[in-house]
Design a protein around this ligand. Structure first.
Ligand SMILES: [Zn+2]
Length: 218
């Protein structure tokens, strides 16, 4: 598989559209819509294998959700370090992309970012599995349900994949609220993936970013 050169992003193919990702996200308090049912997780989310696709750590998984009232299924989860979207000017340590598809092949990505703090138990399980060097199906699936956003603000807009072919028409659901990983976990991850894999910010152009507040209670 071809490795992407993040130092030469301007030479990536197909990136010339007007609806590219990632973008800079800013909270506009007067535009926040209350929508407790905007993201509905239907049962557990889990990952059952891990692969190194050359650019990031990617895990195939399963899970079902209603995103903005429509049914989507988890396909895979992968990592960017540092994060790709900025949130109110902040570029966080990591961004995890839960890539979903629906029955007609539409892609929706739920993005959750990580900041440095307490270690994350799910990341620990994933790192431990990766460190075994056995890139096969896990003996036990890893539950990642607790990482999905259930409270706080969600930014929603239409953009693109952030790796070539940079296909547009991708629905983004980016959580404002981060989870934590420890510095030690990040450094272990960086032993395997020392190069940064975040695409540079893209212009917003004619797009609108919606903001939905899921509320404060689970
Ligand atoms: Zn991604």
């Amino acid at each position: 598989m071809n490795k992407l050169d993040y130092q030469a992003q301007s030479q990536w193919a197909y990136g010339a559209g007007k609806q590219q990702s990632p973008i800079a996200l800013e909270t506009v308090p007067q535009n926040i819509l209350e929508a407790a049912d905007f993201l509905e997780w239907q049962g557990p989310y889990y990952v059952q294998d891990v692969c190194d696709n050359g650019n990031n750590l990617l895990l195939h998984g399963q899970g079902h959700a209603r995103l903005d009232q429509r049914l989507f299924h988890l396909v895979q989860l992968h990592f960017h370090a540092p994060a790709e979207h900025t949130i109110n000017g902040e570029l966080r340590a990591m961004e995890w992309h839960f890539v979903h598809t629906d029955a007609i092949g539409k892609t929706a990505v739920v993005a959750v970012s990580a900041v440095i703090g307490r270690p994350n138990p799910q990341f620990e399980q994933i790192l431990a599995q990766y460190e075994t060097g056995k890139l096969t199906t896990f003996a036990e699936t890893i539950l990642v349900t607790s990482l999905l956003p259930t409270t706080g603000l969600i930014y929603h807009y239409v953009g693109s994949l952030t790796t070539p072919p940079l296909i547009e028409g991708v629905e983004w659901y980016v959580a404002e609220k981060p989870f934590t990983i420890s510095q030690e976990q990040l450094e272990r991850y960086q032993q395997f993936f020392p190069k940064t894999n975040n695409r540079t910010l893209q212009p917003l152009n004619d797009r609108q970013v919606m903001q939905y507040d899921l509320g404060s209670n689970d």
